[in-house]
Design a protein around this ligand. Structure first.
Ligand code: DOR
Ligand code: ZN
Length: 348
């Protein structure tokens, strides 16, 4: 097949940042996706509905003319988020989820949750609203090997939480392990997972291919091949519990190429095209639409988008870097080909 047309897709996990970086990266997402779940890990974090609504306005102001794009906002959960904040979020109609970062797990997570036991009332309120809890599923215990942090998180924290709150909807974000996929499959209809393009395309060898590769460093860190295979199986299976979430996470080149480089891979410039490669390799391009355009909306109880996006199999080379204000950004596959490109869209 040389071209495919799908219902306009959504990105159910995206870092848009703020200020100059926001203006650089937003057009890449808005050209491809009609909506995105926007992560709240700004500095300072988006902990209230008021902050989320102000951030939403900044995103819309940064949107180039002619591009329609709906930012679906999220709240950053802290030990002290009151239940009323969750109800206010729901009533706003603009906030669609609450994000649980274990304190210290990743970028700008210092204000995250130190003990989920302290959030029970707030999570019970969240369950009442029907909005999902979005989970960065990694323990922060330094005793736990970095490659085991997702599996241990599920055992120690996620499984007990789901038992305690049977009404809570959960998205295990950027699932990276076979155990994670199996857990989600077995957990009933209220638990789903997002999958990134980079975890579907790379295993952990990519971190060390010929030398240290900081642009392949993200959290959760890339895993071994048997895990990548399980992720691809889940993505292409047609199971509605699995859907697209890029976790595109831009950092300036200088912050990535550093003695202590930041976690995050920028994929927004080629996101849907990269997923098309995965589905094509699996021989099921016809299932891309469910994964990219239908499953996530259904889980969030939102209608699918109107309009379509058409992709054509026609390779192009990703630029080595992208200027971004005074900074530079190194996109995924820099200097290398991507097999698919956007051929056009009908914005409904
Ligand atoms: O690689 C990552 N980058 N993982 C995260 O969880 C956060 C993200 C970021 O904000 O840079
Ligand atoms: Zn993320």
């Amino acid at each position: 097949m040389q071209a495919i047309t799908i219902t306009r897709p959504d990105d159910w996990h995206l870092h848009l940042r703020d200020g100059e970086m926001l203006r650089c990266v937003l057009p890449d997402s808005a050209r491809r996706f009609a909506r995105a779940i926007v992560m709240p890990n700004l500095a300072p974090p988006v902990t209230t509905t008021e902050l989320a609504l102000a951030y939403r306005r900044r995103i819309l102001e940064a949107l180039p003319g002619g591009l329609d794009f709906e930012p679906l906002m999220t709240l950053y959960l802290t030990d002290d988020t009151p239940p009323e904040e969750v109800h206010a979020a729901r009533e706003s109609g603009r906030v669609h989820a609450v994000k649980w970062y274990p304190a210290g797990a990743t970028t700008n997570s210092a204000a995250g949750v130190t003990d989920i036991g302290r959030c029970m009332e707030t999570l019970a309120a969240l369950a009442e609203t029907g909005m999902p809890l979005l989970v960065h599923g990694e323990v922060t215990d330094p005793e736990v090997d970095v490659f085991d942090r997702e599996r241990v998180f599920i055992e120690r924290l996620l499984a007990p939480l789901l038992e305690r709150l049977p009404g809570l909807k959960v998205v295990l974000e950027h699932v990276t392990t076979r155990e994670g996929v199996e857990f989600v499959r077995g957990a009933g209809g209220r638990v789903a997972a997002t999958l990134t393009a980079h975890h579907l395309l790379l295993n952990r060898n990519a971190l060390f291919a010929g030398g240290l590769r900081p642009h392949h460093y993200c959290l959760p860190v890339l895993k071994r091949e048997r895990h990548r295979e399980a992720l691809v199986e889940a993505a292409v299976s047609g199971d509605p519990k699995f859907f697209l979430g890029t976790d595109s996470a831009p950092h300036p080149r200088s912050a990535k190429e550093s003695a202590c480089g930041c976690a995050g891979i920028y994929t927004a410039h080629a996101a849907i095209e990269l997923y098309a490669e995965v589905f094509e390799q699996a021989g099921v391009l016809d299932r891309l639409e469910g994964f990219a355009s239908l499953h996530g909306a259904a889980f969030y109880a939102l209608p699918p988008n109107r309009g379509t996006l058409t992709l054509r199999r026609d390779a192009w080379t990703v630029p080595e870097e992208v200027p971004c204000g005074g900074q530079r950004l190194v996109p995924f596959r820099a200097g290398e080909p991507v097999q698919w490109r956007i051929a056009g869209d009908d914005r409904g």
